[in-house]
Design a protein around this ligand. Sequence first.
Ligand SMILES: Cc1ncc(COP(=O)(O)O)c(C=O)c1O
Length: 395
Amino acid sequence: MGKYNFDEIVDRRGTTCLKYDFAMKRKGRDDLLPMWVADMDFKLPEEILDEFRKRVDHGIFGYSDPLDDYYEALNGWFSSQHGFTVKPEWVSILPGVVMALATCVNAFTKPGDHCLITQPVYYPFREVIENNDRKLVNSQLDYTDGRYTVNYEDFEKKIVENDVKLFILCNPHNPVGRVWSKEELEKMLDICLKHNVIVIDDEVHADFVYPGFKATSVMTLDEKYAKNVIVCTSPSKTFNVAGLQPANIIIRNKEMHDEFEVQKGRVGYSNAPIMAMLACKACYTHGAEWVKELNAYINENMKYFREFVKENFPKATFVEPEGTYLIWVDFSAYGFSDEELEHIMVEEAHLWLDSGKIFGPATAQFERFNIACPKSTVVKCLDQLKEALDNHKKW
Ligand SMILES: Cc1ncc(COP(=O)(O)O)c(C=O)c1O
């Protein structure tokens, strides 16, 4: 029994909660169990909440900017958890990682330039490219025997053929749950270095790994990558503080750092958000034990999920995750049409999931489940799905 109670159900309805309060508006029913967006149902521990309370009690929330203790908190976390440190002059604060991705696209490429992603991947990667009038290039991950790998030949070919300028890397990878090894990262980064491709390395899922795995930050690899790699970090997933929009973007190349700041200036962004900075400081200073227990709890949810799928959904493929709290399941062997699969999930199982089609056109027969919730919620989700699939067969 750990120090923290992850079994507690916290009612999030009526809190302007994207995950719980918008089912009617977005899916047309209000009885759906939400297992979609990467947002956890756990309350932060008291030692972190106390820091928020102190700040609220102070009562003044004017413009703010980071002091030395902010960078000390970042370094405390990154050195103890991920084996690297950062210099204050490398760090740029932005309201969220997706905004940082868009800022990079605008700072380092021109309209009409080609930018690369590896689908299936977190769909805002595609959006920040297309919404800024850049051309999307996809090097589809290989999917063999339920496991995803990079197709390096295709990856390099796509870069050369399209004169790709920028690659957005998901490390660890949402939704397929791969924790890229040092060797895999180096292969991708070396190809990018060889062809002068800037790499935006999104490490927001780095704190969630299953036993036996360790996320490799690009910050721990050879110094040569400092030239063309930008590392995006945030406590937003780890501590579920995305609503406060914290993000620390690490850019060691001074020229690129300056260009990034110029782009921030173009959209009128200057001072760092006070509660986002507070979240970084409080979580990174007081959160290590909580995250350790949280990972152990999510691992139990994952194991329950895996066994349940094996026993009850023999035609589904549970893609074994190495990291992230997201579960990626392949339902293609059932032979449902894409519309039928969506109907089963929403209208029959009463689940709100992220359909695989949002992560790329090739994965419409997949569903992504968020298991960062009390186990009872995972049990409920799977029971509802079992009932729906069992009854569906009887049609
Ligand atoms: C890979 C990845 N990057 C970024 C984000 C969101 O980051 P932010 O909320 O800081 O914009 C998510 C959220 O799920 C994600 O999965």
